[in-house]
Design a protein around this ligand. Structure first.
Ligand code: DX5
Ligand code: ZN
Length: 210
């Protein structure tokens, strides 16, 4: 099981210090918001580049943007290792998948709380991870939505026949209680922001998720 701290809840006044506090995890989750696909603006490639200078953690980049085809390459150049885009944002998902594969990064597709797993069923064969949103994308600190559990279970069943290497990632409202529900349902990666960073001891929170 992988814990991916979401830096959206880190201290952007001293990001390096914040990230140091979660340096034991293999992955770091980077939320990119464009103020268009979601009603919030976060960070762009220059910040990814800055982070890349001081950590070797896998930068799991979650693009909550309207045009991933246009911007994905900039994030990869900046140092992103895995790129997840939203199925709701694109007309031609294969164009984005192929671009990301050409650029040799791992490919993820995310579904919002109202999007069914069946919408992406035909893509599961060809990607590395599915990110199930368990809150409406855009903000940290929201309450976990229970409908994510059935989606994780569905994906867990589907991957047996469609793609044994698929990772199931869950993002939003994760704490030690909801995290356990997701793991029991078949999730491999728990993304957690406020639970980890709104604590005096982020490492303790990571341990409790593990
Ligand atoms: C929300 C982001 C999440 C967010 C999770 O749109 O994708 O990664 O940081 O924050 P918490 O863990 O506080 O729900
Ligand atoms: Zn995210």
């Amino acid at each position: 099981m992988i814990v991916a701290p979401s830096i959206l809840s880190a201290n952007f006044g001293n990001l390096q210090e914040s990230i140091k506090k979660v340096s034991t995890t293999k992955w770091l989750h980077v939320d990119v918001m464009d103020g268009h696909f979601v009603p919030n603006i976060s960070i762009g490639p220059v910040v990814v580049k800055g982070i890349r200078n001081y950590t070797e953690q896998i930068l799991d980049t979650h693009l909550m943007i309207s045009d991933p085809l246009k911007y994905a390459e900039e994030f990869i150049k900046a140092g992103s290792d895995r790129i997840t885009f939203h199925i709701e944002a694109v007309e031609n998902p294969f164009a984005v998948i192929n671009l990301l594969k050409d650029l040799q990064v791992k490919v993820g597709i995310s579904i919002k709380p109202d999007t069914d797993v069946k919408v992406i069923k035909h893509l599961i064969c060809c990607i590395d991870q599915v990110l199930v949103m368990s809150v409406e994308p855009g903000f940290g600190g929201q309450k976990f939505m229970n409908n994510a559990i059935a989606k994780i279970e569905e994906l867990n069943t589907l991957r047996n026949t469609l793609n044994k290497n698929l990772l199931i990632v869950v993002d939003g409202g994760i704490n030690e209680v909801t995290g356990k529900l997701c793991l029991d349902a078949g999730a491999d990666v728990l993304v957690a922001g406020s639970y980890i960073f709104n604590s005096d001891n982020p490492q303790k929170k990571i341990d409790s998720l593990r």
